[in-house]
Write a protein that binds this ligand. Structure first.
Ligand SMILES: [Fe+2]
Ligand SMILES: [Fe+2]
Length: 366
C-alpha cells in the first residue's frame, strides 16, 4: 500500500513568533569586553588572495615526497577543523546567546565567516598552488577515511549538534521542552569548551609543520597565511573562553565539578586521538616527539582560556617553531606579497595584559 505523504506548507508558520524583536544598539555596551573583541576582530580582517603563493614553489618542488605529504596532510586536518567551526561551531554558539546579545552575536558571526570563507579557503589556495587536482582529491579522501581525524571531529561537532538541538527546541518547540535552564547552560558551556579546545589546542598540531618551515625561512608565503590564521584563532579562543567562564560561574559547585570531570575526560579522548594522528602524519618526517610537546603546550593554553590550571607539565617547545610563531612579518614585497604586517586597519597584536578586565559584567570595579 502506498504511503500517504504529509503535506508540508512552508509558508504557514509552525508557531506564532512572539512579538518581542529588538535591535542591536552599539551605543551601549553589552559587557566590558565584547566591543574590544569586535574592534580587534575587524582590524585583523584579511582575504586569502592577499597573499601570493607562487614564490614558495621554488622550495616546494625540491622537497622530498614524504615531507610534501606531511605538510599537505596537516593543512587538510586544519581544513576539516576550520570547515566545521564555520559551518556549525560558531553559528550554534551565536544562536545560543540570549536574544538581547546582538553585539556578541555579531562578533561570533564575524568569526564564523572567517573560519571557512577565509581560513579553510586559504588552505585550498595553498593546495591549488602546490598540488595537482588528483593529489588534492586523494588528500581529501584520506581525511574522510582517517579514523582519528573523524573521531576528533565527532567529539567536537557532537557538542555543537547537541547545543543545536537545544537551541531549536527552546526557540521553535517550547511545548516539547523537558529541560531546565541549567541543562541548556550545560549544553552551551560544553559546546564553548569544545570550541576553545579546537581553537587554542587542536589546530596547533597542524600549525606546527608550516611554522617549522617558516621559522627556518622556507615556504614563507604559506607561513604568512598560517600566521594570519593563528592570529585570528588566538582571539577566537580567548573570546569564546571568556564567554564560557561566564556560563561556568553560574553553576553550583557540584555541577562545576561534574563539568570539569567531563572536560578532563574530553581532553583525554582528544589527546588519545591527536597522539595517534600526530604519529600517522609526523612519524615519516621524524618529528612526532616534538609535535607532541607542542600539542601538550597548547592543551595547557586552552585550559587556561577556560579558567582552569594546566593539565600537562611545562616543557620546552622547539625554538624553531617559536621563531615561526613570532608574528612580526618576515617577508614583504609591495607588489606581490603581503606579510602579516600588512593590515587593512591599524591593528596591534594582543598581549596577555589586554585580557585583564578590571570591571565585572555589571560595570562594578573589581
Ligand atoms: Fe579558523
Ligand atoms: Fe577560529
Amino acid at each position: 500500500m502506498a504511503k500517504t505523504k504529509k503535506t508540508i506548507k512552508p509558508n504557514k508558520p509552525y508557531f506564532e513568533p512572539p512579538i518581542d524583536f529588538t535591535g542591536g544598539n552599539w551605543n551601549t555596551q553589552e559587557d566590558t569586553y565584547t566591543q574590544f573583541f569586535y574592534e580587534q576582530n575587524l582590524s585583523q580582517f584579511w582575504r586569502p588572495e592577499d597573499i601570493s603563493l607562487q614564490s614558495d614553489l621554488n622550495v616546494w618542488h625540491i622537497l622530498p615526497e614524504e615531507v610534501k605529504l606531511a605538510y599537505a596532510q596537516n593543512l587538510l586536518i586544519l581544513t576539516f577543523l576550520d570547515t566545521y567551526q564555520g559551518d556549525i561551531g560558531m553559528p550554534v554558539v551565536s544562536r545560543s546567546m540570549d536574544e538581547k546579545y546582538h553585539q556578541r552575536k555579531a562578533v561570533i558571526n564575524f568569526m564564523a565567516a572567517m573560519e571557512n570563507a577565509v581560513h579553510a579557503k586559504s588552505y585550498s589556495n595553498i593546495f591549488m598552488t602546490y598540488l595537482p587536482t588528483t593529489t588534492i582529491d586523494e588528500l581529501f579522501n584520506w581525511g574522510e577515511q582517517n579514523e582519528n581525524l573523524q573521531k576528533i571531529m565527532s567529539l567536537i561537532v557532537g557538542t555543537y549538534e547537541t547545543l543545536d538541538r537545544y537551541n531549536y527546541l527552546k526557540k521553535y518547540d517550547p511545548k516539547q521542552v523537558t529541560f531546565s535552564q541549567t541543562d541548556f547552560d550545560e549544553a552551551q558551556w560544553k559546546a564553548m569548551a569544545a570550541s576553545v579546545f579546537l581553537e587554542t589546542w587542536l589546530f596547533y598540531s597542524g600549525f606546527y609543520y608550516p611554522l617549522y618551515f617558516y621559522g627556518q625561512g622556507k615556504l614563507m608565503q604559506a607561513g604568512e597565511i598560517i600566521n594570519l590564521i593563528l592570529r585570528d584563532e588566538s582571539i577566537h579562543g580567548l573570546y569564546i573562553g571568556r564567554l564560557a567562564q561566564e556560563v561556568y560561574e553560574k553553576f553550583d559547585e557540584t555541577k562545576q565539578k561534574e563539568l570539569k570531570m567531563w572536560l578532563d575526560s574530553l581532553l583525554d579522548k582528544l589527546y588519545h586521538e591527536q597522539a595517534a594522528l600526530v604519529e600517522a602524519v609526523y612519524d615519516p618526517v621524524d618529528l612526532t616527539h616534538d609535535v607532541k610537546i607542542f600539542v601538550r603546550y597548547n592543551a595547557n593554553k586552552a585550559l587556561m582560556n577556560l579558567g582552569f590550571d594546566q593539565a600537562f607539565p611545562t616543557e620546552e617547545v622547539n625554538p624553531v617553531v617559536i621563531n615561526g610563531l613570532n608574528t612580526e612579518t618576515k617577508t614583504m614585497d609591495n607588489f606581490s606579497m603581503k606579510g602579516n604586517g600588512y593590515q587593512k586597519m591599524k591593528s596591534e597584536m594582543l598581549k596577555d595584559s589586554d585580557f585583564y578586565f578590571d570591571t565585572t559584567l555589571d560595570g562594578e570595579k573589581k
